[in-house]
Design a protein around this ligand. Structure first.
Ligand SMILES: [Zn+2]
Length: 481
């Protein structure tokens, strides 16, 4: 069993400031977290930093730190009351790539055994930081009653910051990858390519736009691609689903199967990691896959599904890239067309719920008066159902704009644009303002927002979906806090 920690940038900044405030002595603080649980992995979602005040230290020197028992006891009471898990963090201020000391080993084991009876759902872990915020981490695997490693720590910023614990294997490229991706390595470096090669991406939507994105991800060498879409291929899809054959459309193959088969063939046998998942994105089956991803991409025309993916991304602290296209025609003439790509980093850039109105205004300000009038009339921008017709060249442009944002997010080779709008008739792509709503119920830092709330935050949504369906099919009870 292994674990990772996901931290919004604001929480990371606070953690860093707290731990590195005084590097002449060891410092301690606590992270209140939600968790996401699967059979092989626990994800800690950091919500709040709890600093230790001077009087709450029992001992504090350059080589030792101990908090008063009553301070920890009160914190554990709060965890039990509010459903939090706990990560203890302390510093070894003299070191880089720190390791737990023998004293840490004894004290952690004792603490973990003491809180064992609070589990499940409680999870207890420990982190030690060096003076450059390098770290080593571990948590208590209560089912097997033993210590397991916290492998990596992900800070949600652009570009994504992934820190591996001391002694954990760094990212690498094997020889075959170096050959295949040679021209890309020349563009954004071996480290950048290694980031892409180890990325696990869920792509929701395997239609015209989704198939363009899937091809770009596969060619970029994205390590794991999960294709999620329940739809079957129809003859009328053949003008835009890249890679589909006439026979497959006649036989009504699932779109995800068409894409996975074709894209896997372009890879060596051991790297055929493009997985077709013919599920509704909002089904419990799809949810467990979404929660395990590094990035979620949405290429769907339903505003409801988009909002759902946005919500999953916020509660689980996963970056979400959303793309949409729309074309309007009148009397056989193309009156308007365009599309947008939004890159959403939970807690850092605007989410879908933040922007609805703001984005529309910003894009419309940049259109010609005629286009603006049409836009107001039809409103194909953000959040509206996509009208027919559908054309491959627009999908190609917008799909690849999204692929470019993903590369920037993963590799840091250029600054991420949170919102890009492409106007088909003007043949222009331009960034639009996407300001965060500081009161957003999904992504703000308010104590009751859904940011980093894990299953705790999704419960209401799932119950509602369940009620709507009324099929009596049991949805597995969320595990963990
Ligand atoms: Zn928001």
């Amino acid at each position: 069993m292994i674990s990772e920690v996901r931290i919004p940038l604001a929480v990371w900044t606070r953690l860093r400031a707290t731990l590195l405030a005084d590097c002449s002595v060891e410092t301690k603080c606590f992270l209140l977290c939600r968790t996401l649980e699967s059979e092989s992995r626990v994800v800690f979602l950091a919500r709040e930093v709890v600093p230790v005040s001077e009087e709450a230290y029992a001992e504090r020197s350059a080589s030792l730190v101990e908090t008063r028992p009553e301070f920890v006891y009160n914190l554990l009471l709060r965890c039990a009351r509010e459903g939090y898990s706990l990560l203890e963090a302390h510093t070894h201020p003299w070191s880089v790539n720190p390791r737990f000391s023998a004293i840490d080993d004894r004290s952690d084991l004792q603490k973990f055994q003491t809180t064992q009876r609070m589990s499940p759902p409680f999870r207890h872990g420990s982190l030690v930081f060096g003076n450059d915020m390098s770290f080593e981490g571990r948590f208590w695997d209560y089912q097997r009653a033993r210590i397991a490693p916290i492998v990596r720590l992900r800070v949600l910023r652009a570009p994504l910051e992934t820190r591996y614990g001391t002694g954990q294997k760094p990212l690498w490229l094997d020889e075959a990858e170096q050959t295949v991706y040679d021209r890309q390595i020349r563009a954004f470096g071996a480290e950048g390519q290694a980031m892409l090669s180890h990325l696990r991406v869920a792509l929701v939507g395997a239609g015209g736009l989704g198939s363009q994105i899937a091809h770009a991800l596969a060619l970029l060498g994205v390590g794991q691609i999960l294709l999620i879409d329940p739809d079957r291929l129809e003859l009328s899809n053949l003008n835009r689903v890249v890679g589909a054959s006439y026979a497959q459309a006649q036989r009504g193959w699932r779109k995800v199967r068409v894409l996975a088969q074709r894209l896997n063939r372009a890879r060596p046998p051991e790297a055929r990691t493009i997985t077709p998942l013919p599920y509704d994105a909002r089904s419990p089956k799809a949810l467990s896959h979404l929660l395990g991803c590094d990035v979620i991409i949405g290429a769907v025309d339903s505003a409801v599904v988009r909002q759902y993916l946005n919500t999953v991304a916020m509660v689980a602290l996963i970056p979400y890239l959303d793309a949409g296209v729309g074309v309007r025609s009148k009397d056989g003439k193309l009156a308007q067309g365009g599309g947008q790509v939004q890159t959403i980093i939970p807690g850092e850039t605007a989410c879908l719920a933040c922007v609805e109105r703001g984005i529309r205004q910003s894009v419309e300000e940049q259109l010609t008066p005629h286009q603006r009038a049409l836009s107001l009339l039809g409103g194909y921008i953000q959040g509206e159902p996509i009208p027919n017709p559908q054309v491959v060249f627009l999908n190609g442009v917008v799909g690849n704009l999204l692929a470019w944002e993903l590369v920037k997010l993963a590799t840091g080779c250029a600054p991420v644009q949170p919102y890009i709008y492409y106007d088909l008739l003007q043949q222009q792509a331009f960034p639009a303002r996407a300001e965060r709503n500081l009161d957003c119920m999904l992504c703000s830092e308010h104590s009751d927002s859904l940011l980093g709330q894990g299953m705790y935050g999704l419960r209401g949504y799932i119950q509602q979906a369940h009620k709507r369906k009324r099929r009596g099919k049991p949805i597995p009870a969320p595990r963990g806090s």
